[in-house]
Ligand binder design. Sequence first.
Ligand SMILES: [Zn+2]
Length: 423
Amino acid sequence: MTSVDLESRIAANAARLSADLEAFAAISEPGDGVTRLAYTALERRAHDVFAERMRTLGCVVHTDAAGNTIADLPATEDNGPQSVVGTGSHLDSVAQGGRFDGIAGVVAGMEAAYLAALSPVPRRRRWRFVAFAAEEGARFGQACNGSRMVAGLTTLPDTRRLRDTEGVSMYDAMSEVGLRPDDLAADEWDAAQWHAFVELHVEQGAVLEDAGVPIGIVDSISGSTRLHVAVNGTASHTGATPMHKRRDALVTAASCVLAGDRIAKDSAHHGTRVTVGRLEVSPGAMTTIPGRVEFVVDVRDIDSDRQRTTVEQLAAAYRDAADADGTAIIVDVIADTSPVVLPAVVKDHLAAAAEQHGLGYRLLSSGASHDAQQVNKITPTGMIFVPSAGGLSHVPNEHTDADDLACGVDVLLAALYRLDADE
Ligand SMILES: [Zn+2]
């Protein structure tokens, strides 16, 4: 029997995957869905569960300065290439999110490690299973923090700059849960040690479900630029101030929201997405004209130049709106990540791995950001998508069928073996 024949007999177990997802889902704030925010005690507890499991499978486990948990399954051959093949995703969630976003990729790694550790198929390289910290931008405005830190894209000064809505800096949040932001530089990954990385993730869209295809292979991931905008007008009495004497910050902000919608929908922006997801009006009283409005803007694009041009166009439109209303406006870029095209060398292995298991696949792009995007700065990286029921994500009823996830793990494991066999 050849190695490939042997590998094909090892199959992921849907019931085991469901049990693991259930265990992580229980580590949550009370309330609907799963709430396990970045750099909180709950996130650390989930990492501890992952670490403990990986130790029982024979992995050497450590937590790095950024809070990423890294589990190394040693090679079984002595004279293999001295480079690492990796997989992983994240364990934090948005507020009242689902149990699959990120976690699916971590439990996929746990299952792949379990199957690989039992299998007689030799491994020439070290296999690294990673649970990244703080992937969701929900708390600090910037996504993929743990993976950005190992890729050297987010460094110590950034942790002092980034703050949550309570004003807590990332530096303090990390320190509070026992992490070591001062040591980030020392834990950046060395490209020379790496061979390749694969992240499995739920699609968070409905392309696979609509097409009836079990496996997605991601060819590109959108970039994202995030803005914080403050509009200053004059708060005064709604009854006593005539319309022509007003400097209403919310009127300006409303023009800004509409300008973003108009720019993203024009013919030059097919594929650009502009969203204002949070807007705070001060003083926020029915009988006071809004004196100050703060809002955040998320600009996503698959085209790097267009992403930055869109930001410039937005800033210009915002200034025009403020000029027209006699208000003042300040636009700050709080996070900026470029889109990436994922390398063919890993995609080809993923396609071959799907074929090995007789599973249909389709190439698609990812509108959401992922840790894979950052890891690709260090080593060639690929992404497997599994179907999301109804395309829903970041909500309590986010769902992926356990059998679909098991198919994804089969492809992941076969891809890891294929990458392991590369020269
Ligand atoms: Zn995710």
